[in-house]
Each structure stands twice: as C-alpha cells, then as structure tokens.
Design a binder for this molecule. Structure first.
Ligand SMILES: Nc1ncnc2c1ncn2[C@@H]1O[C@H](COP(=O)(O)OP(=O)(O)O)[C@@H](O)[C@H]1O
Length: 186
C-alpha cells in the first residue's frame, strides 16, 4: 500500500459491473451503513454534470467519455479516500486509487428485464447482456487490480443487497483497524 493511502481516514471503494447489476443501489446503502464516511460518486452522472465527455451517441444513448478530464476530476477525490466510485467500467482508474473493487453480477434474464424497464434501445440491452454473460467487467477488474482486492458478488434480490453491504461494512471495519495499527506502529 502506498504512503498516501495510509493517511486516508476512509477507503476508496470501486463498485463496478454491467449497467443494471445494482451498483447505485449498493453504493447508496453502503454510504448509509458504512462506519467510515463514504461519499457515493455516480461516475456516469458526474460525466454529464461536469461535461467530462467528447460527444453523445444518440443511437446508443451513451456518452463518449473524455478520460483525461474524468481522471483529473477524480484524482484528488479518490486519493483522499472516503469515496465509492460507481461506474460500469473500472480499468481506466489507476490501481493506486482502489482499496477494494466490488464487481456485481446478475443473472442475465433478470438483467434483461431491468434494462428493458429503463427503456434502453434493444441493441444496448443485447450488448450489455452479452457483456454480463461474457464476464467482461469481471475480467477487466481482475486484469487491472491485485487479485486480493477484487470481490465478485451476486446482486439479484434484496437479500443479496443486504448481505453484500453487510460484508463490505465488515471489510471497512477491518480496513479501519489495519490503518489504526499501521499508524500506531509507524
Ligand atoms: N440486489 C438487488 N435486489 C433488488 N433489486 C435490485 C438489486 N440490484 C439491483 N436492483 C434493481 O435493479 C435496478 C438497477 O439497479 P441500479 O442500482 O440502478 O444498477 P446500476 O447502478 O448497476 O446500473 C434498480 O431498479 C434496482 O432497484
């Protein structure tokens, strides 16, 4: 772990996964229940609010993100800690930012229904569904971060949501204990 990260009073957690898997739902509950203050940043919303994009694709109803601008915007926030970064991709985030990377997964039939109810165009639903089946985001996370900080969790029903958040809360408590003992000994 870097020197900067030992000065953080709360961790930086990335919650990622295919659109519709439940990232924002998890991030909101985690922000409420965490013993350390965590601010939920929905990266897609931030991109729109701060104009961190190059263009908008009508056909796919999605933004072409300006990655340099996005990384500049997020750098001080992620480095300071106390944040949940909620986005459908994670590989552009520098490895040093993340203390924990949660990859949410969902059964593809259920995911299809969630995306349909969002009114996504058919091909966008198909593309996302295929990405979920092919484990694209999980592979991205595993190839971008140390194996031991990447956790794959199912997100199909409310029980999953509650159990997942409880598990991450326990992880935050352990992170706090580690930081306290590192500070005592250092
Ligand atoms: N574990 C879950 N239990 C029940 N509903 C869920 C769960 N995960 C997601 N949902 C529902 O699926 C929809 C998409 O969730 P959302 O958090 O917006 O996904 P994402 O942020 O990954 O795009 C929402 O209606 C949400 O309530």
């Amino acid at each position: 772990m870097s020197k900067e990260s030992t000065k953080k009073t709360a961790p930086t957690i990335i919650i990622t996964g295919t659109p519709g898997v439940g990232k924002s739902t998890h991030a909101q509950l985690l922000a409420q229940e965490s013993p350390a203050p965590l601010k939920h940043i929905n990266v897609g919303d931030l991109v729109k609010e701060k104009n961190l994009y190059e263009s908008y694709d009508e056909e796919w109803q999605s933004y072409e993100v300006d990655e340099d601008k996005l990384l500049d915007e997020l750098e001080p926030i992620a480095a300071a800690g106390g944040v949940i970064l909620d986005w459908h991709t994670c590989e552009i985030f520098p490895e040093r930012w993340a203390d924990l990377v949660v990859v949410l997964r969902c059964n593809h039939t259920k995911l299809w229904e969630r995306l349909e109810s969002r009114g996504y165009p058919l091909k966008k639903i198909q593309e996302n569904n295929e990405a979920e089946i092919m484990e694209v985001v999980l592979e991205e996370a595993r190839s971008s971060y140390a194996q031991e900080i990447v956790v794959e969790l199912q997100s199909e029903g409310t029980e999953d949501l509650e159990a997942n958040v409880a598990r991450i809360v326990e992880w935050v408590k352990a992170w706090q204990r580690d930081q306290a003992s590192a500070n005592d000994s250092g």
